[in-house]
Design a protein around this ligand. Structure first.
Ligand code: URA
Length: 398
């Protein structure tokens, strides 16, 4: 029923036909209809649900209140143009978030008002009747410019997430082209200042390095991660394996490759006849980078400046170990180890000269194998991965 309420907000006349058909079929015996994702009615239902949910999310993100002074003191008014009829379904969110202020959200179809005690709904209001400026606008723009992160600039994603048709009601929209234009120069500056180097002690001891890395603040990733996950393995390892960054499990346990990707790696090592204790395992980036989705922490790929910032730790590990061969698991590891962008499939399996080990070799990341839905293909890729590891072991006579 909750999903149906969302679908009912869709602007097309179609939701009522689809909802009617679905209710009819469920009440006439197809109790599990909604579990058949390929059913045309269910497909249509999901399409509309997705569109409305996206619109709901956009309204949460893009409503901008402007301060007005009414008879009863300050009031905040926003004008917004949603794609669907979501004012009712969304009102409770704004009460929860802005319950302590009097506000109104005006849209072309209908409007909603909160007077600190109850919600009222009224007719639509044209944009021309909404206030256009207030003193908070300047503050908001300053805040937006200060928190705009040029290192994370992705213009395509930005246009997708911040659709141009909402720009007219977003005061910060006027700043965007300027911020985008100067982002290149700002990133260069950030890359200069973000580095683990000041935290790396002069030592030939892995234990001392590990202890120092616990306190690294060389880039911002330490802020949200539980702990630094340093490399582990023998100081005289002939073979070093480098991953991308710790995952959720590694972040909690403080050890590399102990989660699902670690299981794939362990199995491949065993199949290749390599004892995990004989190799040194580490990551290009030593803190877990993630985004939160509900209670889940979802892996986020580290960016160039974070990989570069963490590189001093990896270089020190190599200077202490001086391995015969470094195997890079995936593109991030390869980028860090080789100091350049690497196309994994193009350079896979080759022995490349390296200044801190005798050689380096690139192969895929075990997570790549985890994500393969086709079982036959996955089995083939696991075998190729194992073969790469075996080749590495033979090269160093493990
Ligand atoms: N993936 C990695 O690259 N490293 C880990 O330690 C775990 C998962």
């Amino acid at each position: 029923m909750d999903e149906a309420k969302v679908v009912a907000c869709h602007r097309d006349p179609e939701p009522w036909r689809v909802l009617y058909r679905i209710f009819f079929r469920i009440t006439r015996g197809e109790r599990y209809l909604m579990e058949i994702e390929s059913d045309p009615d269910v497909v249509e239902f999901r399409r509309m649900e997705k569109a409305v949910r996206r619109d709901i999310h956009k309204m949460h993100a893009f409503v901008r209140f402007r301060k007005t002074v009414g008879d009863g003191g300050d009031e905040y008014v926003a004008w917004f143009r949603p794609d669907h009829r979501i004012v009712h379904i969304n009102a409770a969110f704004f009460v929860r978030r802005f319950g302590s202020m009097k506000w109104a959200i005006l849209t072309p179809d209908e409007s909603v008002y909160w007077d600190l005690r109850q919600l009222r709904f009224g007719p639509g209001v044209p944009r021309s009747e909404a206030p256009s400026e207030d003193e908070l606008e300047g503050l908001w723009c300053t805040y937006y410019a200060a928190t705009f992160n040029p290192a994370r600039l992705n213009t395509a994603a930005m246009i997708k997430e911040l659709p141009v048709r909402h720009w007219a009601t977003l005061p910060e929209a006027a700043l965007i082209s300027g911020l985008v234009a100067e982002s290149g120069t700002r990133v260069e500056h950030m890359e200069q200042v973000q580095s683990a180097a000041p935290f790396v002690p002069k030592t030939r001891s892995l234990a001392v390095l590990r202890e120092a890395a616990r306190h690294c603040e060389g880039c911002d990733l330490y802020r949200h991660a539980t702990q630094t996950v340093f490399g582990e393995g023998p100081k005289d390892a002939r073979l070093v394996l480098v991953g991308e960054q710790p995952g959720d499990r590694e972040d909690i346990e403080g050890r590399p490759f102990v989660g699902p990707a670690g299981d794939v790696l362990n199995a491949a090592l065993e199949a290749a006849g390599i004892h995990r204790e004989d190799v040194y395992l580490t990551n290009a980036v030593k803190h877990f980078k993630f985004t939160e989705r509900g209670k889940r922490r979802i892996h986020a790929t580290p960016r160039g400046p974070e990989i570069a910032a963490c590189r001093p730790w990896f270089e020190e590990e190599l200077k202490v170990i001086r391995p015969r061969l470094v195997v890079c698991l995936g593109a991030t590891a390869a980028q860090s180890v080789m100091g350049r962008a690497v196309r994994v499939q193009a350079e896979r399996g080759q022995f490349l000269p390296h200044h801190l080990a005798k050689e380096a070799m690139v192969t895929v990341h075990p997570s790549f194998l985890l994500r393969m839905p086709d079982r036959a293909l996955a089995a083939e890729e696991r075998a190729r991965f194992t073969a790469d590891l075996r080749k590495a072991a033979e090269r160093v006579a493990l």
